[in-house]
Every structure is written in C-alpha cells, then in structure tokens.
Design a protein. Structure first.
Length: 304
C-alpha cells in the first residue's frame, strides 16, 4: 500500500483534521540519506508535518520550505514541498547515535536540541513570500510546531507526529493536524482534547493497522467525521537534474571555473536532497565557461 493523506471535517464542520500515513516516504528518505534510527525519527517527523502543511497551499506552483535548527548534534534539517505534496529534504548530520531517553525511546529532542528555531517560508505567488519564525520549545517537533502555529499563524492546533523505527527500517510513520474552525465550541474542543489523550501515539495506531478514517474518529471522538479529500499521496522525490547542476556551476564564476579546469579538468556535484552525483568532463566545463564569458560580454555591452 502507498502512503496516504486524508482531509476531514468533524463535529459538523467545526473541526478540521488532516491525517497522514508517511511510512514509505520516510523510509525512502532514510535509505537515500542512510540515516541512523534517531535521525530517521526526527527527520521523518519534519517530513510529515511539512507534507501536511503543504496540502493547505492552493496552487501547484506554491512552494513551502521548512528549516529546523536546534543546538543538538543533528544540526540543520531542511524540507521543501509543493501542494501535491512532493517533498525533498536533507539533514546536516544523518548518522548520529544517542542512548535511548529515560522512557526507553529514541531521544529525538536530544538529537534536535532544546534551543533553536523553526523557520517557515511560503512562496504562494505574492510579491514577497510569507516568512514565519518560532523558537523551539522541546525539540520533540510536534510540540514545536503546535507552538509555531500559535505564534506565527495565530491558530491553536493539535499536532501529533510519530516515526517507529526497527532494525529493518521505518515500520510506521505519520501524523495529524487538528484545527478548530471559527465556529468551534468549547465542548467540541474539550471532546477533541480528551479523545487525543485516549488515542495514544500516532505511530502506534498506524502500527496497529488502523486506517486514517479510524484514526480521525479516534482522535476527534466524532464517529461521523466527513471525508473532504482522500486522494492525496505524499512522496519523497527530488527534481534535480544535470541542467540544474550546470546552472549551479554557472554561478560560481569565471575565475573559479578556470581554476577547476586547470587543477582537476573535471567536476563532480552532489545533490544535497537525494545524494545523486553529476559528473562534468573537461569539454562540458569548457562549454559552461564559454557561456559565462558570453553572459559577461552581453552585460558589459548593455552597460555601455
């Protein structure tokens, strides 16, 4: 079965819910970046919440970029997504190992760090992108994003994220985002809070093979949740290409490219997002250099 995300409305439209199963997506990221279990758990949570947030964007041209930087050994995690959502991302240090925390679980907050920030950039076709910044409060990521939504988007949200990792890789991964609508009552919100407490961990529910519909009912306490959209399939996929890498080489400048040609005679570029390698031989580098020189000549002519 492929991954899936479903949008729901509960309590006759007064509560919005997005539930996601991202097991395959996170496993793909784990394999590409060769991540250790604790990094898989942390990065998988960030991939999941980014994918969920991306589905709230309207246009396929819109782009969401989320950066999470804590003071833990993981370093920086960056994920980008469109509204399909197709996501890609990377982490500074993918192979760190830490002892289990006092609960006997992977120490995600220790890996991420307790101090730092979430930086969210939404490029939705306006003159300037929306930028939201919020401090980390725990390093557990779900709590940090609930805090982000309150501080930066002025919405009280319930966020749950979970990644279950065993010796074979990602066994279960997913999350949900619950938002009360403007007409939600105190009773609605209270029922949801109680239901979330009873439901337990998201990754455990997925590991028990509960469907997203069953999970939505369980975390809201509403047996009559209404499906709004159920054809969303999140995917970890990089859109890099040799042409993109050629553009990157164009930006390093004439002198540095000449230096590479003189000393190496070739170049190898690696995509941060998928670790794919791109080779450029001498003739290809010489052609790129000619294009740079043509661009410089054109600019100089226009300036006269």
């Amino acid at each position: 079965m492929s991954d899936k995300m479903i949008k729901f409305l509960a309590y006759e439209g007064r509560i919005s819910v997005i539930c996601a199963d991202t097991t395959k997506m996170v496993e793909e990221a784990r394999k590409i970046h060769d991540m250790s279990p604790v990094v898989t758990a942390a990065f998988g949570r960030l991939l999941t919440i980014t994918a969920i947030m991306a589905t709230e964007m309207k246009s396929s041209k819109d782009k969401l970029t989320v950066q999470l930087k804590g003071n833990g050994p993981i370093g920086v995690m960056i994920v980008t997504a469109n509204n399909k959502p197709i996501v890609k991302g990377y982490v500074t240090n993918p192979v760190i190992e830490l002892p289990l925390n006092e609960d006997g679980k992977l120490d995600v907050s220790g890996a991420v760090g307790y101090e730092g920030y979430i930086n969210v950039v939404k490029d939705i076709g306006l003159k300037d992108p929306y930028i939201g910044i919020s401090p980390l409060i725990s390093g557990e990521i779900a709590e940090d994003f609930a805090n982000y939504f309150v501080n930066s988007e002025q919405r009280n949200s319930a966020v749950a994220l979970g990644v279950l990792v065993d010796k074979n890789g990602v066994r279960a991964s997913g999350g949900y985002l619950i938002n009360p609508m403007p007409d939600a009552t105190e009773e609605d919100i209270s029922k949801v809070e109680q239901s979330i407490f009873k439901a337990g961990a998201m990754s455990k529910m997925l590991d028990q093979n509960l469907s997203l519909v069953e999970i939505a009912k369980k975390v809201t306490g509403d047996e009559n949740v209404k499906i709004i959209e159920d054809s969303i399939i999140p995917e970890f996929k990089c859109d890099c290409s040799k042409e993109h890498m050629e553009d990157a080489l164009m930006t390093i400048g004439e002198e540095e490219l000449k230096d590479i040609l003189e000393k190496e005679g070739k170049a190898e570029l690696v995509c941060h997002f998928c670790n794919k390698q791109y080779q450029f031989d001498r003739s290809e580098l010489e052609n790129i250099l000619k294009n740079i020189e043509k661009s410089v000549t054109k600019i100089e002519k226009n300036d006269k």
